[in-house]
Design a protein around this ligand. Structure first.
Ligand code: SF4
Ligand code: SF4
Length: 251
């Protein structure tokens, strides 16, 4: 199975996005005065999770353990470059003004950066002509066709594992202790670039300890009631500042 592709330089993927960054990439992004957000989602973590399953191993390696009330959770923390409208590096002719130093996620696109997730051309922003059959092979049998892109993917995924503890301390330094329920949305923390860099300094120096106790925020009354029944600390919020929702507000 092959997927063919060539970038048309339409620039759509450089607008209105949240680009997943490693800690090192986020530090550079914020040092240039650009916005970096920290996002959090959590899964209740059963004692009997099958840890021989590679997908479970990946989830465990890229999340931190936490308690929500008396329920064990795993919390995934994601650093993202956020821009409404064009990326601050996008040039008027839709070329990248940061091409040599652009984050790995920009080099990977439109391939899927997460393991165990298939890349679906229909879900990408690239126009139909970018996928014409006579173009170079982008993906073969679910993997990147080009060795250099495979290397970048490996580095990106490695950073998602290696950065886990620094991101946990960063969340603590930002006093960010709320996560969305995975699949429902993402809790968001949006410090200014200078606040972000100061908190990251503390996290990298190990001057702050990761939070063990987290709360859940949700915009669905059914979820709030279900978690409250389990004595989990939970707060009903509206979609908007602090919460990106996959569902309409309820309750
Ligand atoms: S860094 Fe470059 S490639 Fe990445 S979103 Fe910005 S303009 Fe696009
Ligand atoms: S959306 Fe696709 S075709 Fe358009 S610039 Fe981005 S990668 Fe290239």
């Amino acid at each position: 199975m092959e997927i063919t592709f060539d970038c048309t330089q339409c620039g759509r993927c450089c607008h209105d996005l949240r680009l997943t960054l490693s800690v090192d990439e986020a530090q550079v992004w914020a040092a240039n005065g650009h916005q970096v957000d920290l996002l959090a989602e959590g899964w209740a973590w059963a004692d009997d999770a099958d840890e021989t399953d590679p997908a479970i191993q990946w989830r465990k390696a890229t999340t931190i353990p936490a308690m929500v009330g008396e329920v064990p959770f795993r919390i995934n923390l994601r650093l993202v470059a956020r821009h409404e409208g064009p990326c601050p590096h996008l040039l008027p002719d839709m070329r990248c003004g940061n091409y040599k130093a652009r984050p790995r996620i920009c080099r990977i696109y439109p391939l899927e950066s997460r393991p165990f997730e298939a890349m679906t051309p229909e879900k990408r922003r690239c126009p139909p002509e970018a996928w014409a059959a006579n173009l170079p092979v982008l993906e073969r049998d679910g993997g990147a066709a080009a060795p250099e892109i495979r290397t970048i993917l490996t580095e990106h995924r490695r950073a998602m594992i290696d950065d886990v503890n620094t991101k946990a301390r960063l969340a603590a330094a930002l006093d960010f202790t709320e996560a969305a329920l995975a699949g429902e949305g993402l809790a968001t923390c949006a410090p200014s670039p200078s606040e972000f860099l100061a908190a990251l300094d503390l996290a990298q120096a190990g001057k702050v300890a990761a939070h063990e106790r987290w709360r859940i925020i949700t915009n669905r009354e059914t979820t709030r009631a279900m978690l409250a029944d389990l004595d989990c600390p939970v707060r009903l919020v509206a979609t908007g500042y602090g919460f990106l929702s996959a569902f309409a507000d309820e309750g």
